[in-house]
Structures are given as C-alpha cells and as structure tokens.
Write a protein that binds this ligand. Structure first.
Ligand SMILES: C[S@@+](CC[C@H](N)C(=O)[O-])C[C@H]1O[C@@H](n2cnc3c(N)ncnc32)[C@H](O)[C@@H]1O
Length: 317
C-alpha cells in the first residue's frame, strides 16, 4: 500500500517528461533515428541531460531504442507537429498555466475563486489575449481535440435546414469546417475574440472578431455554443445566452454542446476541479444548462448524444 502511494506521488513526472519532449520538438526531430550526440548538436541541447530525458521516454514507451539510436514509435508519432491527428499541442496544454493553477487548487477550495486568476492577476482568456504565443498554442490544442470530438457532428445534426450558422467562441473553426464541408450551401460565420480571428482564415467561412459579452455583430438562423458555457460561472453564462437570444430570429436554433455530467458514465469531477481552478466554473448537468437557457427565454426542444462525452442540447427562440 505504501509503495503504491509513493509511486503515485510522482506519476506526473512521466507526463512532464513527454511534455518537455514536445516543447523541445524532440519527437519531430526523431522521425529518423539519431544518437543523443546528433540530436543534441541539431537542437543545441545539453547532451548529458538529453540522454536522461531520452532514456526516460524510452522507459515510458514513448521512444524506440536500437543500440545508441533513438527513434519515435507509434505513440510519439502522434506527438509530432505534422501528424494529421497530432496531439502535440493538446499534450503541452496541461503542463503550463493549467498545472500552476492545479498547484494552487487549495486556494480555489478555500475561496471558491479561480486560483489561475489569483496567480496571474487576470482571467484565463485575458491572459491568453496578452500572450500571442500562448494564445496560438491553446487554440491549436483545442483544435486538435475538436477534430476528433466533432467529426460526427454533421451525422447527428442536419444543418441544411438552416440558411446560416454562427459558431460562437468557435476557436480555430473545427466545427464550421466540418459543417461547411458537408453542407456547402449553409452560410457559416466564425465568431471569437479579435486576436483569435486574426489567426484564422478558412475558405468560404466568414470570420468576425468580437466579444460574446457584447452584442453580436452578425445575425444567423442558428448558433452553436460548443465547450463555451462550461468556462463561465452562471452570471457570465447568462450574459452570453442573452446575447445569443437577442441575435437569433424568432424560431432560431441554439445548439449547446457540452459534457453534461448526468448524461455520461465518465466521472467529470476532476474536470470540474480543473474548471474551478482555471475559471471558477464547473461541468454542469443537462438540467442546469436547460435551466440557464430557459431563464433567458429559450425553449428546450430536444437533446442528442454527440460522442462518449458530449451531449447536444437543442433550443428554439
Ligand atoms: C474552450 S474554448 C472552445 C473552442 C471551441 N468551441 C471548441 O469546442 O473546441 C472557448 C472559446 O471561447 C472563446 N472566447 C473566450 N472568451 C470570449 C469572448 N469574450 N468572446 C468570444 N469568444 C470568447 C475562446 O477564444 C475559445 O475559442
């Protein structure tokens, strides 16, 4: 029992080693086998310490080793930049500010407030806005998750019934790319913060920069709000939903896509703790989302499952 505990305390070291390898672009440079000397020279790294890291990655099954040569394997291939299903940015996402926020989780439990804000003195999305590299890395990470998570969206929802759809807080546009590819006649509008929109250019998709806490600059028949509301407490969520309501025409449709904790078997408690530490939020039940939407005037229409985690709640104005 004690031994199990002792190894449990340092389990995160393996993830931290993998994340450091991503930061140093090691996996990208080990698509062909190399010795530590070759790699250290190529990337200007300390050879002795690099060998420690490479051996740790090999022992954790993230690298193949043949005599003195190291090379990526089927697992670390997914952590290379140009792999079509790459999770490189998703991997790095959790080892920076998220980890710092978790280190101060006790603050959130004592106060109910975000430990991220306590440390960085500003809300998470303001912090990203002020750090262009981190903003880009975060959105690449979200996009890498989104590619997998939304791949069945157009099988589940027939978007052809709408003339136009706006993805509010749509990040780098994975949802709309999917909708547009399957429904070329639907007008698609990507709405996110101006600094996010500056980075995106998707053919045939209109992108608009702004804040969902202000009135929206565009009107569409339908709005998608995916993984947005879980970032905000009830007061802020209320403002976003009110703005959605005002933007939509009568009979317009709102799609809320979230991990609803009552709809899945997977336990979301740790994810809720993460949301608490990062942005004073948590993973709600479908009943809580429905109640928040009804409060601003929406009528609940129906729900459907998107994947193992996410549920689509559909509302009408
Ligand atoms: C968790 S991400 C979800 C991204 C995408 N919808 C997805 O499901 O992958 C939250 C999104 O909300 C956007 N966002 C945050 N604050 C915003 C604001 N005030 N106005 C508009 N978008 C905002 C972020 O830039 C980010 O794209």
């Amino acid at each position: 029992m004690k031994d199990k505990l002792k190894s449990f305390f340092t389990e995160h070291w393996t993830y931290m080693a993998v994340s450091a390898a991503c930061k140093l672009n090691l996996f990208d440079h080990l698509q062909e086998q190399k010795t530590v000397k070759q790699l250290a020279t190529e990337l200007s790294l300390n050879e002795e310490k690099l060998l420690l890291l490479l051996n740790a990655l090999h022992n954790a099954d993230f690298l193949g080793k043949n005599a003195d040569f190291f090379k990526i394997n089927s697992l670390s291939e997914i952590l290379t930049e140009n792999n079509p299903g790459s999770l490189k940015y998703a991997c790095m996402n959790w080892s920076a500010e998220h980890l710092t926020a978790w280190q101060n989780l006790d603050f959130s439990i004592k106060t109910g407030s975000s430990s991220f804000e306590e440390i960085y003195k500003k809300p998470f999305f303001d912090f990203l806005n002020d750090n262009p590299e981190k903003l880009d890395a975060y959105h690449k990470a979200m996009y890498q998750y989104a590619i997998d998570d939304y791949k069945t969206l157009t099988d589940v929802i027939d978007f052809r019934k709408h003339k136009s759809v706006m993805d509010v807080g749509g990040g780098y546009g994975a949802v709309l790319e999917n909708i547009k590819a399957k429904n070329p006649n639907v007008e698609c509008v990507l709405f996110d913060l101006p600094k996010v929109i500056e980075k995106v250019s998707i053919p045939n998709i209109k992108s608009i920069g702004g804040s969902f806490f202000d009135k929206f600059p565009s009107h569409t028949e339908a709005i998608v709000l995916s993984r947005v509301l879980h970032d905000w407490n009830d007061d802020k969520t209320n403002i976003i939903l009110k703005n959605c309501f005002e933007t939509l025409p009568n009979n317009g449709t709102l799609y809320v896509i979230e991990n609803c904790s009552d709809k899945i078997k997977i336990d979301l408690t740790l994810l809720s703790l993460n949301m608490t530490a990062m942005c004073e939020s948590y993973e709600r039940t479908s009943i809580q989302y429905i109640s928040l939407c009804k409060n601003v005037g929406f009528q609940f229409d129906c729900e459907t499952k998107l994947n193992e985690l996410q549920t689509i709640l559909i509302f009408k104005k």
